[in-house]
Design a protein around this ligand. Sequence first.
Ligand code: SAM
Length: 272
Amino acid sequence: MADLSPDQLAENWGAIAADYERAFEGLSTQYAAHALRLLDLRPGERVLDVAAGTGAFSLQAARAGAEVLATDFAPGMVDRLRARIAAEGLPHISAEVMDGQALALPDASFDASASVLGLIFFPDLDCGLGELRRVLRGGGRAAVVCWRDPADLPLMKLVQQAIRQVAPGLQPPSTPPAWARLTGGGLKARMEAAGFQEVAVVTSTATQRILTPEAYWAGFTRSAPPLAFLFGQLGPERTAAVGRAYIEALRAQAEDGVPTLCVEASIGVGRA
Ligand SMILES: C[S@@+](CC[C@H](N)C(=O)[O-])C[C@H]1O[C@@H](n2cnc3c(N)ncnc32)[C@H](O)[C@@H]1O
């Protein structure tokens, strides 16, 4: 098997579940809400969430009355999601540890399936898309969220700019990150190749207001495996210097005093 990157290993995701939730769920919840509207779920319909993380999609689907199975390959993520389900007392939702490339689920057993910024990490993207379709009954709907243009992600641009300031000699990795392999541009063809019909891809824009940049930065370095890996390599002093540069850059682009990130993703929807 080809070498896996830090964001393709379950233990790395499980270890950062709480920081992921704090830093990123504000964005993924907005994409998940958009995906839910596109799927047009009816109360009581059976829905599968693949690579569910801390539950941005699953929790909203369950609140809307769907019967939800949330799956993720990282036990740490599933534990966190189970705790949230219990805290809310939501009925008709459960969470299981499962690799999205080999779902231990029968064919044609769901009305809808989705993966929000999760399948993009799979070593075998086509296998993940095939699994999302396999579990759908005929005519069932799927939604897949990926980044629209990974080169244009404001989050990553700001971080890279801050790193260049602090460590100008640091070479960026020679291969593109795993999460940049499936983008808005390639999503339609890839879903069609996996057997989906009536595929449409729309742009989804999420905004995140960063009220306290210092608090945001504190968790940010641990909020996703590639970031944890990168800042682990940089060490504490250079990480702190990157943090100061990042916070300054965030404040510089605040229009009403509050730095606001506006981030575009793509959502592909199709039918089995
Ligand atoms: C960026 S998070 C997205 C989580 C959630 N869907 C959201 O929108 O907030 C990526 C998730 O994909 C999961 N993941 C990565 N590879 C996976 C795989 N092969 N099978 C199942 N889950 C996987 C990770 O554990 C992590 O929870």
